[in-house]
Design a protein around this ligand. Structure first.
Ligand SMILES: Nc1ncnc2c1ncn2[C@@H]1O[C@H](COP(=O)(O)OP(=O)(O)OP(=O)(O)O)[C@@H](O)[C@H]1O
Ligand SMILES: [Mg+2]
Length: 112
């Protein structure tokens, strides 16, 4: 099992959520977050002074899926979230050791 974390533009939230449902994922967690990447934010004028807004609003999707599902999801997320401009977001993939469904105490792939 793998955890797929995708940080994307807020305006992509609805369409990405629907696409992930259509791809038959078993669950997901979504959070509104603030972050920055390579550019360390963006510049804006405030009362005539240029200020650096470091933390930009993004949406974080977190999904735990079978290994075999990861590449399909990466393709899907990239297809939907990309605009070609800086700030399109990132995907982080890491192993998950164990999953427990609290109601049934099922474990592992059965519990995903
Ligand atoms: N190395 C990182 N660690 C944790 N979060 C990150 C990292 N890089 C990016 N993020 C998160 O992803 C969001 C989008 O990052 P972003 O797409 O700007 O990455 P980038 O490396 O600057 O790429 P680009 O040059 O295309 O903008 C950030 O606002 C932040 O929330
Ligand atoms: Mg960036």
């Amino acid at each position: 099992m793998k955890r797929v974390i995708a940080i994307v533009r807020p305006e992509k939230m609805e369409v990405l959520k629907e696409a992930l449902f259509a791809a038959d994922v078993s669950g997901m967690t979504i959070a509104q977050v603030h972050g920055c990447g390579n550019q360390h934010g963006w510049k804006e004028f405030y009362r005539g002074t240029e200020v650096l807004i470091n933390m930009v609003q993004k949406v974080k999707f977190e999904l735990v899926v079978d290994d075999a599902k990861v590449e399909e999801l990466v393709e899907l997320i990239c297809d939907i979230a990309a605009t070609g401009e800086v700030g399109d977001g990132k995907i982080f993939i890491s192993p998950v050791e164990e999953v427990v469904r609290i109601r049934t105490r099922e474990r592992g792939a059965d519990a995903v």
